[in-house]
Design a protein. Structure first.
Length: 227
């Protein structure tokens, strides 16, 4: 009985080369058809300095695209009041988080104030391969790592019209100390210098316009990936 391999560097153990070549051709025909008909989805990586209004924009836009998935990060911190496991974050133990790090399961991860945060790459990759649209809400440093793993991702940077407006918004939140506000403004200046790695830039000066801009980008890029 002849044994075959679909690996082109392998050869049949017994001389039945015509059958081997036929089988190999069939394999490539099937693979080509699969690649032709299965359209990849689109990953939207949305970043912004603190106070730019990114979360508000995403919350308004998401219901416009009910089929679009939202990437959920993992964290080792305890849930805050009102947060739901599997919706806001995947709340996991430090041991489990470290195992995921060791297994290379995160696109990016970081330690913040004693707690670990990470973006699992598997769910994003599975969704994109199956043709889904995915939103990833992430900071600028994290976005840089995501682009290394998913270079086809659509980067969208959201900013306030200027640093004065950004600082005013941070103060109006009433949840940050003076030291925290100064640090966030400093970080915002540094993050804005990295804007060139994003494909789109939305200035969140008028909320309605910014929402329309974000929705238009999602529609445009989605239609391009389907064509």
């Amino acid at each position: 009985m002849t044994r075959y391999s679909l690996n082109p560097i392998d050869r049949p153990l017994y001389p039945c080369h015509e059958n081997y070549r036929t089988l190999f051709k069939i394999h490539h025909i099937i693979q080509g058809a699969r690649n032709h008909f299965m359209k990849e989805g689109t990953l939207f990586v949305i970043s912004a300095p603190s106070g730019a209004g990114k979360s508000t924009l995403i919350d308004i836009v998401r219901p416009m695209f009910p089929d679009m998935l939202y990437s959920i990060s993992c964290t080792t911190r305890a849930p805050r009041k009102g947060e739901v496991d599997g919706k806001d974050y995947h709340f996991i133990t430090k041991d489990r988080f470290q195992r995921m790090v060791d297994n290379g399961e995160f696109t990016e991860w970081k330690l913040v104030h004693g707690n670990m945060y990470g973006t699992p790459s598997g769910p994003i990759r599975d969704a994109v391969i199956s043709g889904k649209r995915v939103i990833l809400d992430i900071d600028v440093e994290g976005a840089r790592e995501v682009f290394k793993t998913f270079p086809q991702a659509i980067g969208i940077f959201i900013s306030a019209p200027d640093m004065t407006t950004l600082e005013r918004r941070l103060r109006l939140r009433g949840s940050d100390s003076e030291e925290s506000i100064r640090l966030r403004v400093t970080n915002a200046r540094r993050e804005t210098e990295m804007i060139s790695m994003f494909r789109y830039h939305i200035v969140n000066d008028d909320l309605e316009k910014a929402v329309n801009d974000l929705a238009s980008i999602i529609r445009k890029e989605s239609s391009m990936s389907e064509s």
